[in-house]
Design a protein. Structure first.
Length: 321
């Protein structure tokens, strides 16, 4: 945080502690002018208020919590940017990448600091590592029918993949539906694991500069006709003549790169599955402006054993028995 907000937090925290402590001390003195145990003169419905102070043990507990608060703020980072006498930290400011995060942990250890996240990860690995290793020795197809493996795989998916693909794995605009049998790079267990481990980078170049407005309209008509849509036949025929420039990735038949064993990730244009939308406007935008898709690599984040379980879960979504 900035210096201003750091000072603001420090002043506000210490002021609150001082006020609470002052209030506690002030209440230890009898300012009512009424002897302890005597009536304060307030009575309602037969209930009379007496001048009875808090029990001593209760008062001592207040002092104990105050002392604990002072100790905590001295030992741990609770006063703005001050890291505390224990030099304890759970996060680092300015971290924007996985590499920077790992380096920050290395630097913190070298400086003798305790990084809580690193401690928690180590404990989790010690506890669950053997379980993940046992599942990693089995085939993905075998795990796809194992309820325990799928339960763990689903939890890992929900924590790491659902943000893009949805909690039900049905995807959204720009994010593939993993429950159908339509794959860009292959739906075999090996290909699914390869995709999750290493990620994917897809690039559809923009064609407006080469085709112009009318050319994009004609190409859109032809592309939509490949999946049986009703279109302007004149435009579709004109678009078909230009489709040769698209066939390098999508194939001359428009069935996509996977049908021709090519590693491009070019989608099948003859089915009714559309990654970025199948309306005329959406297809026009894809052709005119191009598309860029990135699937992050999870090997360094989760490790191969956890990816193995997620792969089994994803495979099971479109191969349930």
């Amino acid at each position: 945080m900035t210096s201003f907000w750091s000072i603001w937090v420090v002043v506000l925290t210490l002021a609150c502690l001082a006020i609470v402590f002052g209030l506690l001390v002030w209440n230890m003195t009898n300012y009512a002018g009424v002897e302890e145990g005597e009536s304060c003169g307030h009575e309602f419905d037969g209930i009379e208020e007496l001048n009875n102070p808090l029990p001593k043990w209760w008062t001592y507990m207040f002092f104990a919590t105050f002392i604990w608060a002072v100790y905590y703020l001295a030992a741990y980072p609770g006063l703005g940017n001050w890291e505390g006498l224990g030099q304890w930290t759970s996060s680092n400011q300015g971290i924007k990448s996985l590499a920077e995060s790992k380096q920050a942990v290395i630097d913190a250890k070298a400086a003798g600091k305790t990084v809580q996240l690193d401690v928690e990860i180590r404990k989790a690995e010690e506890k669950f590592g053997p379980l993940f290793e046992s599942f990693a020795k089995r085939d993905i197809q075998d795990l796809a029918s194992d309820e325990k493996a799928l339960e763990i795989g689903q939890r890992l998916f929900s924590q790491n993949c659902a943000q893009c693909h949805g909690s039900d794995a049905r995807g959204g605009q720009g994010y593939p539906d993993l429950t159908d049998d339509d794959w860009l790079y292959g739906g075999t267990p090996a290909k699914i694991k390869e995709t999750i481990l290493n990620g994917r980078v897809a690039q559809m170049p923009p064609w407006h500069g080469a085709l112009g407005d009318q050319g994009v309209k004609e190409m859109t008509a032809h592309v939509l006709s490949l999946s049986g849509r009703k279109v302007n036949q004149k435009d579709a025929k004109a678009g078909q003549a230009k489709f040769a420039m698209c066939s390098a990735c999508h194939g001359a038949d428009g069935k996509g790169s996977l049908a021709h064993n090519l590693p491009f990730g070019a989608p099948n244009l003859t089915d009714k599955v559309w990654l970025y939308g199948g309306s005329q406007r959406a297809v026009e935008d894809s052709i005119a402006k191009g598309r860029a898709g990135v699937m992050p690599a999870w090997k360094e984040i989760l490790g191969e054993d956890k990816v193995h379980l997620i792969s089994a879960y994803v495979y099971s979504l479109s191969n349930s028995k």
